[in-house]
Design a protein around this ligand. Structure first.
Ligand code: SF4
Ligand code: SF4
Length: 479
């Protein structure tokens, strides 16, 4: 039955060869319509397939998105939890955003940085970048997402490159940023080459919505209004040498089921063309922001639907990391961590110069309001109390394990042989450098509990020796 459905819908999938657009709106709508008629026996087969970590095809994903059978919905959640535990264990990778410029020439209806919103715009000087980075390093962060609006004059590519150099050069006590992921506007192959040369981690870009009529409606003006140029940004990034890219949509702009299928088709497009799909998928949901038009969106996603979407993405692409930001509150983060999220931000400020402002207790003007206001240390402590291992690992990018090299290791199941020891070593560093006495005790207990779980004896012994060296003040060990 599933194959029959596939055959019918595959026949109408088209790609516009001139614009490069590979998202066929009517194909996705057709999938969602046909999926409503997938019978329960077939859905059970889809769930069995997901349980074998085989991922899912389009019609299978659409069928899980549209099923109303409570028993199947319960199974979706339990399989997502099982996949999460099996592939990612109890490790959660931590990062923080660093906003460097809020100048923007675009008018995106959902964003407070849109050029129609009047406020005092700012771009960090290099001294201010250092000040922010020092505060991030004092929180223990090793991995950041560098964020900027689009503005060729105020924030050209050379400014972004200068920020990256400044950040990588900056060391404060034992602190250092070891991986800079970059989230800037879609750009040219030449600019992607420059980002690659400076040592970008992941290039992150959200499509916001794959539904073109909605895309056209919410992007009022500016270069980002060009759906095709935005959609094909990762193709250009690959041509510029960046083989590590992270996608996402802003849930709430269009039908969320449509968006999930859009994400999956984008992922496959990259796999087919470049042999590697998304390294990560981010799942932000629309939330209020000053100067944004959030009241106008008819597709805001409720909690139950959002949980189900996260779980289905986990089933569909079991080896792709999933990122959640501080847009979600504490309780929702807790639930989603069990269903598939593998990376979260902690102690975030979503404002240019926001970390220094927070330090000075000045009023803020964020891109969006965060719903998890806890400090990084509070979040990290609570992760440990809930049985998770906070990880500050940046090893893959620094060992050249990116793109298809990373994906083949992930799919073979071997990646966890390095993720766990790296998590324990970076937690030990964090604990020594930033933990108070109660935290140090918790971290030591967690490390002692988890260490025997490193299956490879050679790696376990080496990790044990490295942990000893960390306790003596040495830093930066990784596999
Ligand atoms: Fe500018 Fe990005 Fe905000 Fe759009 S989403 S207005 S491009 S900062
Ligand atoms: Fe991520 Fe690689 Fe570190 Fe695992 S070893 S946590 S995949 S960077």
């Amino acid at each position: 039955m599933v194959t029959e459905l596939m055959d019918t819908v595959e026949a109408v999938k088209v790609q516009d060869s001139e614009s490069g657009v590979f998202i066929d709106q009517s194909y996705i709508e057709g999938l969602l319509e046909k999926a409503k008629y997938t019978d329960d026996r077939v859905i059970q087969g889809i769930l069995d397939k997901a349980e074998r970590f085989e991922g899912l095809n389009h019609i299978e994903i659409a069928s899980l998105l549209t099923t109303k059978n409570p028993a199947h919905i319960a199974q979706i959640f339990s399989i997502a939890g099982m996949i999460k535990r099996h592939i990612y264990g109890n490790r959660i990778v931590l990062f923080a955003p660093l906003y460097v410029s809020d100048y923007c020439v675009n008018r995106c209806g959902y964003c407070s940085y849109n050029c129609g919103h009047e406020f005092n715009r700012k771009k960090l000087t290099m001294d201010e970048v250092r000040e922010e980075v020092k505060l991030l390093e004092q929180m223990g962060h090793k991995r950041i997402a560098l964020e900027a609006g689009e503005h060729d004059q105020e924030c050209p590519i050379d400014y972004i490159l200068e920020c990256m150099h400044t950040i990588y050069d900056m060391k404060f006590e034992n602190g250092e940023i070891r991986r800079i992921n970059v989230n800037i506007a879609a750009t040219t192959v030449e600019n992607y080459k420059k980002l690659n040369d400076v040592g970008i981690g992941t290039y992150i870009l959200f499509q916001e919505t794959y539904h073109q009529p909605t895309y056209d409606k919410v992007h009022h003006s500016g270069p980002k209004k060009d759906y095709a140029y935005h959609l094909t940004a990762f193709d250009r990034a690959h041509l510029g040498g960046i083989d590590d890219v992270g996608g996402g949509v802003l849930f709430g702009l269009a039908d969320p089921y449509f968006e999930v299928l859009g994400l999956m088709i984008h992922n496959e497009h990259l796999e087919e063309k470049f042999n590697v799909g998304f390294h990560t998928i981010s799942v932000p949901r629309i939330c209020p922001a000053a100067g944004a038009e959030t009241a106008d969106f008819p597709h805001l996603v409720d909690d139950a639907t959002f949980e189900r979407i996260v779980a289905i993405i986990r089933l569909a692409v079991p080896f792709t990391g999933m990122i959640l930001s501080t847009r979600e509150n504490h309780a929702m983060r807790g639930k989603l961590l069990q269903l598939g999220i593998s990376q979260i931000s902690a102690g975030s400020s979503t404002e240019v110069g926001g970390y220094a402002k927070r330090e000075r207790q000045e009023q803020s003007n964020p891109q969006f309001f965060v719903n998890d206001e806890r400090t990084a240390l509070e979040i990290i402590t609570e992760l440990m109390d809930d049985g998770y291992i906070p990880s500050f690992c940046t090893a893959c990018y620094r060992s050249g394990r990116t793109g298809d090299r990373f994906m083949s290791l992930a799919k073979s199941g071997q990646i966890k042989n390095v993720c766990l020891p790296n998590a324990l070593m970076t937690l030990s560093e964090f604990s020594s450098d930033y933990g108070d006495e109660p935290f140090k005790k918790k971290a030591a207990a967690a490390i002692a509990r988890e260490l025997p779980g490193i299956a490879n004896e050679k790696i376990r012994l080496k990790a044990t020796a490295n942990l000893e060296r960390i306790s003596q003040g040495k830093r930066d060990f990784y596999f």
